[in-house]
Design a protein around this ligand. Structure first.
Ligand code: FES
Length: 157
């Protein structure tokens, strides 16, 4: 088993903290977002925060808001917090519980807990009105919430 030492208990000759700009520079932060935070696994919370199907919380990662939720099968899922219709933010709160669906507050597009689009009232209206529907709206399967990889790390038994 690894031994962890408090930083205050470690003395390394010549060690220094990072220069100030590493804590304040928007350019360095942008570089970190591009090369680290959008490319690597990030710990966003403990899974016991969302024990039941439909439980969710949001996490800001750079400019993006992410929804992390427990699906119907008990799995963890993560989606961009953006409706596929007009880009409305779906969850404005930090946590909560979806019933069995996720509904956008703007035009009521509705997704299941796996992120699939299962209801889009205005698409039917648009089709009846013979409005040309853009190619990306051709199939509801193409219009699910944009997914991110999610997993839970557990200690070995
Ligand atoms: S923006 Fe979400 S349903 Fe229209």
């Amino acid at each position: 088993m690894a031994t962890f030492l408090k930083t205050t208990e470690i003395s390394i000759d010549g060690a220094r903290t990072l220069p100030r700009e590493y804590y304040t520079s928007p350019e360095i932060f942008g570089h970190e977002l591009e090369h680290i935070f959008t490319k690597r696994w990030l710990c966003v919370g403990r899974e016991d925060r969302i024990p039941n199907a439909g439980d969710w919380f949001t996490q800001q990662i750079g400019k993006e808001s992410i929804i992390v939720l427990r699906d119907r099968e008990g799995g963890l899922r993560a989606f961009y917090n953006v409706c596929r219709h007009r880009g409305t933010r779906i969850c404005e709160e930090h946590s909560g519980q979806f019933s069995s669906t996720i509904q956008c507050p703007y035009h009521a597009w509705t997704y299941d807990l796996e992120g699939r689009l299962i209801g889009a009232p205005h698409i039917r209206v648009a089709r009846r009105a013979a409005v040309k529907i853009p190619q990306q709206f051709a199939s509801p399967d193409d219009l699910g919430l944009l997914r991110l990889p999610a997993c839970c790390l557990r200690p070995s038994p």
